[in-house]
Design a protein around this ligand. Structure first.
Ligand code: HEC
Length: 130
């Protein structure tokens, strides 16, 4: 027979996990909405994203859906701001180095927070591969 206090602990743990989970799911959806807005604002200038700008983007730039077919898409999206041509345009607050004074930004610089970067990852995670 299980000790009553142990049953309580297990119940409490189950409630905590369930509560945490529910919160986790709604945060994920909120993240995806934010991520979509950020992608629309900052990435579709160059990239095609099928449900945002199917006929937009710059020809030489891979679409998000095409990139998702790569097995390492997540790694690429995790560090995209380090990969050319992004460093001259996009920085992550607190991670990227400051743009050197002698390198003028040739276009309006995009500054994302770590949370915004997470939200973009969450949105891309939900995209279909095409
Ligand atoms: C100024 C135009 C431009 C903007 C804005 C831009 N990208 Fe890119 N991106 C490119 C180009 C061009 C490539 C292809 C680079 C290559 O083939 O080496 C690329 C490639 C990528 C790759 C693949 C990188 C690799 O080398 O594997 C990822 C991931 C990516 N972009 C994510 C993003 C995200 C997320 C945003 C918005 C926050 C964004 N990009 C905004 C131009 C842009």
């Amino acid at each position: 027979m299980m000790k009553p206090w142990l049953t309580k602990v297990i119940l409490l743990a189950a409630m905590l996990i369930a509560g945490y989970d529910a919160g986790g799911i709604s945060t994920a959806i909120a993240d995806q909405d934010l991520g979509r807005a950020l992608v629309r604002q900052h990435c579709t200038r160059c990239h095609v994203v099928a449900d945002i700008n199917p006929y937009g983007g710059i020809g030489s730039t891979p679409s998000f859906e095409a990139m998702k077919t790569l097995s390492d898409w997540r790694e690429r999206f995790e560090i995209f701001y380090l990969l050319p041509p992004h460093p001259s345009v996009i920085r992550i607050d607190g991670i990227s180095e400051e743009r050197p004074e002698n390198l003028p930004a040739f276009s309006h610089e995009i500054l994302l927070t770590i949370d915004e970067h997470e939200a973009i990852l969450s949105y891309v995670d939900g995209l279909e591969k095409k």
